[in-house]
Design a protein around this ligand. Structure first.
Ligand SMILES: [Fe+2]
Length: 304
């Protein structure tokens, strides 16, 4: 039993046509369903129907979906969330197009999480029979898949405890004031798989999105993404650079509505018995941006 991964990020955008140019022409996602005021999109190496939902009107995150293995997991996590003190409700098949029954949980951070076990599988762009290693006609950056998100919470400690105790995640890296036992927890990077993080939280206002990320294969893909961003006049926040925390290669950038996205590559392979790395706030800048060792004001203040 486990939560497997970030399945979808559902965000608001101010203008759907602009968003379409960004997510489809620049990043290379493909539209799998259009509804009035809404787009459903997937990346080329994802099997399920969609991994990004864009809704016209405003900016910021509406909700996120994490996929679990079985229907039975839904009741298990529903009970665990209730015992933790979270508000939950059942969602039924079709409430989200192509998504099965699920459980909706209001996190201690105020964000809305949907757990589900079924989404219509439409397959990757290369299939599963003698597949090519990538599709020949990738568009723009050609991101293969959605990877993780970073959200803010006024209580990192409780939010982390919820993900560990109720959902079975484990921390790979933590940011705290000091190394003392009574140190204040400022950030946590949590995995539910072998990726270095499937979700992360840093201290800030509740129910806000810092960014969500798309995976890229390696450093050279990050560099190439930077070139595409220049060609398409994408607003770049930071990068290309590397994180100390997670060791990933990165570029942070904004969609036309102002939601921050990331392309992320590498990081180490995580596993449950790997002791969590501890960062102290005196070396925060190196943890976030390992090469420059400085964090711009925008990076910590712009949330949606
Ligand atoms: Fe990230």
């Amino acid at each position: 039993m486990s939560v497997t991964r970030l399945g979808y990020m559902h965000a608001r955008v101010t203008d759907l046509a602009e968003a379409k140019r960004h997510y489809c022409d620049t990043l290379g996602l493909r539209i799998t369903l259009e509804e009035p005021g809404k787009l459903y999109l997937k990346a080329w190496d994802e099997f399920d129907h969609h991994s990004v939902v864009l809704e016209e009107g405003g900016v910021g995150m509406v909700k996120m979906g994490y996929k679990v293995e079985t229907d039975e997991d839904l009741s298990t996590y529903e009970n665990a969330a209730r015992e933790f003190g979270c508000v939950t409700e059942r969602m039924t098949k079709g409430e989200n197009p192509e998504v099965g029954d699920g459980v909706r949980i209001v996190l201690p951070s105020g964000h809305l999480l949907e757990l589900y076990s079924q989404m219509t599988c439409i397959g990757t762009d290369v299939g599963i029979h003698n597949p090519e290693v990538f599709p020949r006609h990738l568009v723009g950056v050609g991101v293969p898949r959605v990877d993780h998100c970073l959200l803010t919470t006024s209580d990192v400690q409780t939010t982390e405890r919820f993900f560990i105790e109720a959902l079975g995640f484990y921390p790979t890296e933590r940011l705290q004031t000091t190394l003392e036992d009574d140190a204040h927890l400022i950030g946590t990077w949590l995995s539910t798989s072998n990726t270095v993080h499937d979700i992360a939280f840093i201290e800030g206002p509740d129910n806000k999105l810092h960014h969500w990320a798309f995976e890229l294969g390696d450093w050279s893909a990050i560099g190439r993404a930077g070139s595409i961003f220049a060609m398409d006049d994408v607003s770049v926040d930071v990068g290309p650079t590397q994180h100390g925390i997670t060791r990933g290669g990165t570029i942070y950038f904004f969609d036309p509505a102002g939601n921050r996205n990331e392309v992320f590559s590498g990081g180490y392979v995580a596993y449950r018995d790997r002791p969590a790395v501890t960062w102290t706030v005196d070396d925060l800048a190196k943890g976030i941006f390992y090469v420059q060792r400085e964090v711009n004001e925008r990076f910590t203040s712009v949330l949606t």
